[in-house]
Design a protein around this ligand. Structure first.
Ligand code: GLN
Length: 188
């Protein structure tokens, strides 16, 4: 019986919680994470969309960042959507910003331009079958991959990566009715 932690400092964590319920989890299996103690008993982790500078700073201050890094080293599956992927990246283009350094990638924030605040379109994700609807909101793209593998591209830009049990997506599957990516993550 999986127990999934969702980082709940800021951002669209409630949408992930809804999506996990729709994926068949009950409320005992979903934990809102704010401080390191909340990780007790959690066996996988989602970092939602939000504001990466704020959440990164607070995660570090609360000690949650270090606790997540340790859990990840021991093999805990982690999935970051949008802000979550930014926080998992090794590097951010043109900025010195705190990250967890869990995915060997470089990301560019707000990479689709300020005018294109948000949009949605079909995206093919390796291992998922039929395309998913990618909801992109001030979305980042992956501009370089080291050990991480690209598992989705949109107009030639990398928008999803996997490195072992770590996944990052530029888009927000939690904002659609489709739970296939949540299921994929739960099966990792
Ligand atoms: N652009 C935001 C950031 O850099 C991420 C946006 C999102 O998570 N939807 O933190």
């Amino acid at each position: 019986m999986p127990k999934v932690g969702v980082v709940a400092i800021q951002g669209d964590f409630e949408k992930h919680i809804d999506a996990l319920r729709r994926s068949g989890l009950n409320h005992h299996q979903i934990v809102e994470l704010r401080v390191p103690e909340d990780l007790a008993g959690v066996d996988r982790l989602i970092i939602p969309g939000g504001e990466s500078t704020t959440v990164g700073m607070l995660m570090k201050r609360f000690g949650l960042a270090e606790a997540i890094q340790k859990a990840s080293e021991k093999g805990m599956p982690i999935w970051g959507t949008c802000m979550g992927m930014i926080l998992m990246a090794k590097e951010i283009e043109g900025r010195e910003q705190f990250t967890l350094n869990l995915l060997d990638i470089t990301v560019a924030r707000n990479a689709f331009g300020a005018q294109v605040h948000s949009f949605e379109d079909e995206v093919e994700v390796e291992g998922i079958g039929e395309p998913v609807t990618g909801v992109f909101i001030r979305a980042p793209i992956v501009t370089h991959t080291g050990k991480a593998r690209a598992i989705a591209r949109y107009r030639d830009k990398i928008v999803a990566v996997q490195q072992g049990r770590r996944i990052g997506t530029s888009f927000h599957p939690e904002l659609t009715a489709d739970t296939r990516l949540h299921q994929y993550f739960l099966d990792l």
